[in-house]
Design a binder for this molecule. Sequence first.
Ligand code: AHM
Ligand code: MG
Length: 340
Amino acid sequence: MAQKHITLSRWLIEQERSHGHIPASLRLLIEQVARACKRISRTVNRAANSGALGTLGSENVQGEVQKQLDVIANEVLLEANEWGGHLAAMASEELETIHTIPHRYPRGEYLLMFDPLDGSSNIEVNITIGTIFSVLHLPDGVGTVRAEHFLQPGRQQVAAGYCTYGPQTTLVLTLGHGVAMFTLDVEDSGFVLIKEDVTIPREAREFAINMSNMRHWDAPVRRYIDECLAGRDGPRGKDFNMRWVASMVADVHRVLERGGVFLYPWDRREPDRPGKLRLLYEANPMALLVEQAGGQALAGAERILDIVPTSLHQRAAVMLGSSDEVERLGRYHREANGVE
Ligand code: AHM
Ligand code: MG
């Protein structure tokens, strides 16, 4: 637990100056993302009063109905991050193609990806939603930035995080050296460190999955959940609790705070799709955070961070959280594949 009042800016400067964890350009980029999150937080907070709730009648590239706040959050992130000189391009859940930095601004060495407002189905019902982001290096020697330059495995992320807009606005961040949490102090409108070296307990007795899809699941997921549901009398010998917020940011935040597993697996509804969640700006940043907090993140038998992406908006199966539980899920998948 943090003892002193340490702002995000001060913490980032210490990461740069004393620990050598990041260059100044990455620090400034993260500050810019945080500033955008602050603006989104205010907009979300005022949405019922300002008439910003509801849909727009448009669809994004994934064929999902866009909410007004999805579009506003996307614009805030684009606008806040294009002039700083730290980025070469951005990619978003709400944009079909990449957004390159306009020529009037200097071009930087990083690529930023985001889901501007995760958990859109919860916007109107006043339940926690959030922004998820991921930062990659632009590969050396690139002239014109193209979508293919974003197609790097998640283990190459140089920073990742999310910001929840819920009872508190909390920014959770990794620069590849552990996970830190900052909560927005609305009195002085700055992010303040609340926790460093976040650690997910190895063992857990809480799972998060949309149970209404149970009939569509594959055998290993069914086996795992059946065993949890059997409780104390079943093979696990203990009772499990269940939670499902339907905002990945909120469900993953709970996992980081007190352990457990979060699953959005492949299922038979759309067999050609690896899962529902997007690899580059949902699964990868969350997987890096979870691994940095001592947990694990798999897409079936495979580590999420090792997946080599083939397209900007590709999907992935997601199983992440407490190490012992995710390990077990991985084993069930390998056994079903005849590997063990
Ligand atoms: P979104 O990015 O369009 O909001 O969709 C992603 C969300 C996740 O936050 C959440 O875990 C999942 O979709 C919930 O899906 P479902 O409604 O199928 O349970
Ligand atoms: Mg999302």
